[in-house]
Each structure stands twice: as structure tokens, then as C-alpha cells.
Design a protein around this ligand. Structure first.
Ligand code: FEO
Length: 395
């Protein structure tokens, strides 16, 4: 199961073809995933991260086939989240005194999850190093809030490998392990979905961290994240892409997201899409019923968009719960530099459009005044106001 990455560095992780969701149901997995752990066998033997809790015993048994566990000199825990630390309990039961190198926040995270087990923690900060023999060393780089307070990356000199943990990863099962072997469309799709749904809230920190990594002047031959493909072919391509994504990214796209009770709000959604095509044929238009579409996929389309239009009918003086939940997630992702408009039908009280505008403002969008608020079904007069709304969000 050990698979060579470069020289004395091997992948010892788990490719999870059956995984369907992550963070409970908060992240949809369409193309499998992996938890990547790495074994470095220089004069010192080092394990970088482990895998998720359900596979912990298999992980330890498989690792035993590759190395006498007592010969592991150091364990590096780049991140305490259980998809990377979940096998530590089974591993440390076998080698309880082996030093674990991690950030101080990671100690708190591990002890919070697994209890105080007397593990031999060595806390590190950015710039701290660990000699591993053969003229090589590990350099630690704190990655605070990318995406947890404890996150860290580890750089290996000599082979020039950055073990970046979650950063630069994807929930994507690539049996061949490397980016040049992966389906390039899926690789991009899963990388941008991962960025949108996991990292976008921390985009200002991503930009700073990329600058900090660049200032270290470390040559990078391989970026080995903890999920998905390992970047060995032009590894800096994903760093450059992250720099673009972190800078309030947008394409010439508008996404329309709505739910409907009796199709009136659907009619407005499709009329807005048609008008965008009419006014701006080069603009990509996406239309989703948020009660039916996958929320992580829709958010990825929002990430690419320069504007969104969000619709809900009025229900019990409010909006449909599907749209309310969707907007709560929208707010969490902290999108920047995007416009928004609201629309919806009503039968009597008619609060939905005003509520949508308030919620979209609260989610950080620049909300235009133009809106479509239709009594029961959109009339010709309602439809006639759509060009103004589209003009406002395209501008
Ligand atoms: Fe892949 Fe934050 O764990």
C-alpha cells in the first residue's frame, strides 16, 4: 500500500471511493475522496498525518506491513480534524512515547477530541525545523484558519515537498495519486468546489499566507495535500490559482437561485435568465432550484458569479425554509464583490422580497433596489420590469 511520491517519501493514505458526504451532510462528495498520509524514510522516519477514524485499525495494520512502528521517530500532525488525526489513537496505542509535532492549537484540538492521553507533544511555530538526516530537514509553517486555528503545513528540504494539509486539496479520488494523471476537468471542478465551500471564508488569510510562503523563497517541486491529487506537474499552478480565487474572484456569470410553491417564482427566475441572455449574450447564466440542487455545487457557481438573483414566494410572513437555509450557508461563505437582486410571488402579505434583500445585504452582497414582487403570478407588467433588474445587476 506504500506508494512512492519521490525518493524516500511515500503515500500511505486511504482512497475513499464510497464517501458521499463530508462534515455530516454539509459537503457533497461526487467523485470520491482521499485522506492522504505520508511516510518519510530518511535517517529518521517520519509519519505526516494519519487518516479518518473509521479506517484507523486498517491504517495501522497496513502501516505495520511497511515499517516497524517502533522505528517511526516522529509523527507530524498538520491538523487536528479527525479526517487526518482519526487514526492517531490506534497508532499511539502502539508507540505511546513517539513525539508528535504540531501547533499548540492542535494539542488543544487533539486533547479535546480524544482526551488527555499523555501523548508526547512537541509544539512548533512557523520557521521551527526538525532535522531528519541525509542533510534534509522539515520546516513548519503555521496555516492559522486555513481552515482551522491549528492548521499547519510542513516543508521538506532536499526533496522540496510542501505537505500542505487541507490547503490545495480536493475531495476527489485519484487512484493514480498525481495531478498529471487525474481527469483535468474533474480536478479543476473539485479544487474550486473545495476552495469555495471550505476556504473562501478565509480568503483574506489565504492571500496573506501565499505571500508569506512566497517570501520564504523555498523551492517547491511537489505540493502534497491531505485530500485528492498530489501536485507534481507544475505544482505552482494551484498556488497561482488560489491567488486568483482569494482576490474576490468572479467570472462573467450570473447565478439565479430560487424555490417556488406553485411555479410563479420559477417563471420569474426563467424570465430573468432569458433577459440576461438578451442583454448580455456572453454572460454565463445558471438557474437552480435550491430545494433540488446540490448546495455545494450551487455555491461553487455563486463563487464564479459577478451577481446573483435570489427568489422565494412569501410563506407565513417569511420565505421558504429551503431558501432561508441556503442563504444562511451563503452568508457563512463570505463572498465579496458580488451584486444581488431579489424576486418572488405572494398572495397576501408579501414580505419575501424585502426579507430576501435584507438577508442578502447581511450576507455581504451589494443588493440592487430593482426587484420583482408579483401578486400570485407574474403579470406582463411584472415581466416588463425585469430588464431594469437585469440592467442593474449586469452594470
Ligand atoms: Fe481535511 Fe480540516 O480536514
Amino acid at each position: 500500500m506504500k506508494r512512492q511520491i519521490k525518493n524516500n517519501v511515500s503515500w500511505v493514505g486511504y482512497i475513499d471511493w464510497e464517501l458521499e458526504t463530508f462534515h455530516s451532510d454539509d459537503y457533497s462528495i461526487m467523485n470520491g475522496s482521499s485522506q492522504n498520509a505520508y511516510l518519510i524514510e530518511e535517517e529518521k522516519n517520519v509519519l505526516v498525518d494519519t487518516i479518518w477514524t473509521p479506517h484507523r485499525f486498517d491504517f495501522v495494520e497496513n502501516l505495520k506491513k511497511e515499517i516497524d512502528l517502533k522505528k517511526i521517530d516522529y509523527v507530524i500532525a498538520n491538523h487536528g480534524e479527525c479526517d487526518h488525526s482519526g487514526a492517531l489513537t490506534a497508532l499511539m496505542a502502539e508507540i505511546p512515547d513517539t513525539p508528535i509535532y504540531c501547533t499548540a492549537q492542535c494539542v488543544k484540538s487533539l486533547e479535546g477530541q480524544y482526551g488527555k492521553r499523555g501523548w508526547n507533544f512537541h509544539t512548533v511555530k512557523t520557521g521551527n525545523t526538525l532535522e531528519i538526516g541525509n542533510g534534509k530537514k522539515l520546516i513548519f509553517v503555521e496555516m492559522k484558519m486555513l481552515h482551522w486555528p491549528d492548521s499547519m503545513a510542513t516543508y521538506m528540504t532536499g526533496d522540496n515537498i510542501l505537505f500542505s494539509n487541507d490547503a490545495f486539496g480536493q475531495h476527489y479520488a485519484v487512484d493514480e495519486l498525481f495531478n498529471d494523471k487525474a481527469d483535468q476537468c474533474l480536478l479543476y471542478k473539485e479544487a474550486i468546489k473545495y476552495y469555495t465551500n471550505i476556504l473562501n471564508p478565509f480568503s483574506p488569510l489565504v492571500a496573506k499566507k501565499l505571500d508569506e510562503i512566497a517570501s520564504l523563497n523555498l523551492p517547491i517541486d511537489i505540493i502534497a495535500p491531505s485530500h485528492g491529487a498530489i501536485w507534481r506537474d507544475r505544482p505552482m499552478q494551484i498556488v497561482e490559482t488560489y491567488a486568483k480565487w482569494a482576490a474576490a474572484y468572479q467570472e462573467n456569470q450570473i447565478t439565479i437561485a430560487y424555490d417556488t410553491m406553485w411555479e410563479g417564482t420559477t417563471q420569474i427566475a426563467h424570465a430573468i435568465a432569458e433577459e440576461i441572455r438578451h442583454q448580455s449574450p456572453d454572460t454565463v447564466v445558471k438557474v437552480f432550484n435550491v430545494a433540488k440542487a446540490d448546495k455545494n455545487e450551487v455555491m461553487t457557481e455563486v463563487f464564479k458569479s459577478k451577481a446573483i438573483a435570489v427568489g422565494s414566494p412569501t410563506v407565513s410572513n417569511s420565505i421558504l425554509s429551503s431558501v432561508a437555509g441556503w442563504i444562511e450557508f451563503l452568508k457563512q461563505l463570505k463572498f465579496k464583490n458580488k451584486k444581488a437582486a431579489a424576486f418572488g410571488c405572494y398572495g397576501w402579505s408579501g414580505e419575501s422580497v424585502k426579507l430576501l434583500q435584507e438577508k442578502l445585504k447581511d450576507a455581504g452582497f451589494e443588493v440592487v433596489d430593482e426587484n420583482i414582487r408579483a401578486f400570485w403570478k407574474p403579470t406582463d407588467e411584472d415581466i416588463a420590469r425585469i430588464p431594469e433588474l437585469v440592467k442593474a445587476i449586469i452594470a
